[in-house]
Design a protein around this ligand. Structure first.
Ligand code: A2R
Ligand code: GDD
Length: 313
């Protein structure tokens, strides 16, 4: 039987890759987007949906009748969450509750994946790394706190109402087509612009000492599909590579891929009030549940991201 998948917030970075992956798996894919966004993937049915409108979610569920739901809609930037906490709280907290309430109202019983973040762990103690799902969350920024909240809602709705919802904590995911709001896309875009002579040979950076755990988005969406099928309701799963790397090392990797003579300069406007030092995923649980192991090496992802920005410029 053909599976019906609904991706909420599918016009973003991950949505595009997830749509294509689910199609490859033979799913019939419906995707929601914000009215200002465009989705142009053949074979998908596209709906406009603002998750702040709960009644529209119920109506959509009645129309699509999905077997699987992937909830990607979010204000996804940590940096922006410092500048616009209200928007972040509205979309990430109220939006998630709206979806969970809509799921209570609708008579169907889809399997739902809610995408949270490795940032939920926040202030991780040295002896707690790589961090496991059982670790207490100590969020260090507004975005992280909203995602920790979403995670708790998911658990409550699974336990109290039997909603088949699984929670993911996705660590940093990267690849071609990511918005240059995020570090790898940002550094690759600047490098490509410098090479093309459109930016003076100065690359502006923020905090280079942070260590984060990066995975190719194409590996990440495979984990999402596997967890939607095999995950256990009410459970949380880390999705990451299992290895943290300093942003300084990411920068050096990108610079080594360019022949341009580039000067690196700290831009104080890129620094965050708090930037926790290390976030590294413990990945045993997702492996045991699904057999998932990321395949694409970091160097390859970064090279392909840099080449994407070179073509785009
Ligand atoms: O920011 P926009 O307007 O381009 O649209 C984003 C959309 N979105 C919404 N969708 C429905 N109702 C809303 N009120 C609403 N506000 C924002 O969610 C965007 O198209 C999508 C999120 O995509 P990205 O920002 O590209 O995030 P990405 O990297 O695809 O991450 C997917 C999930 C998120 O939950 C992240 O927090 C997590 O993975 O890392
Ligand atoms: N964006 C950006 N730009 N970050 C920089 C820069 C810069 O010029 N220089 C250093 N950084 C550092 C940030 O301070 C942070 O420590 C790290 O690079 C990664 O920043 P981002 O790429 O903006 O991602 P993030 O870690 O804040 O959030 C991403 O990963 C989360 C999971 O760990 C997003 O994809 C979130 O949606 C996701 O939940």
């Amino acid at each position: 039987m053909e599976m019906k998948s609904l991706i909420i917030g599918g016009a973003g970075f991950v949505g595009d890759y997830l749509t294509r992956h689910l199609q490859e798996l033979g799913h019939q894919v419906s995707v929601t987007k914000m009215p200002h966004e465009v989705i142009d993937i053949p074979g998908t049915v596209v709906y406009d949906l603002d998750i702040l409108e709960k009644d529209s979610i119920v109506a959509l569920l009645q129309t699509v009748r999905p077997d699987y739901i992937f909830h990607l809609a979010a204000q996804s930037s940590v940096a922006l969450s410092w500048k616009n906490p209200q928007l972040t709280i509205d979309v990430n907290i109220k939006g998630s509750i709206n979806l969970l309430e809509a799921l209570r109202e609708w008579e169907g019983a889809p399997r739902v994946l809610m995408i949270g973040s490795g940032e939920e762990y926040g202030h991780i103690r040295p002896e707690e790394t790589p961090v496991m799902e059982t670790n207490p969350p100590r969020p260090g920024n507004i975005y992280a706190a909203t995602k920790a909240c979403q995670n708790m809602f998911g658990k409550i709705y699974a336990d109290a109402y039997g909603i088949q919802v699984m929670m993911v904590r996705a660590f940093n995911h990267i690849g071609p087509n990511q918005a240059p709001l995020f570090v790898v896309a940002d550094f690759c875009k600047q490098t490509a612009e410098i090479e093309a002579g459109r930016q003076e040979a100065v690359l502006k950076v923020g905090n280079l000492s942070a260590q984060r755990d990066f995975t190719d988005v194409r590996d990440v969406v495979k984990a999402y599909a596997l967890l939607a099928e095999k995950g256990q309701a009410g459970e949380t799963y880390n999705i990451g590579s299992g290895h943290a790397i300093a942003i300084e090392d990411i920068l050096q990797m990108i610079l080594s891929m360019s022949k341009a003579d580039i000067k690196v300069v700290k831009d104080p406007s890129k620094l965050r009030p708090i930037d926790v030092p290390t976030i590294e995923a413990g990945t045993k649980k997702v492996y045991e549940a699904t057999g998932w192991i990321p395949q694409i090496p970091l160097e390859q992802t970064i090279q392909e991201t840099l080449d994407y920005w070179r073509r785009k410029n």
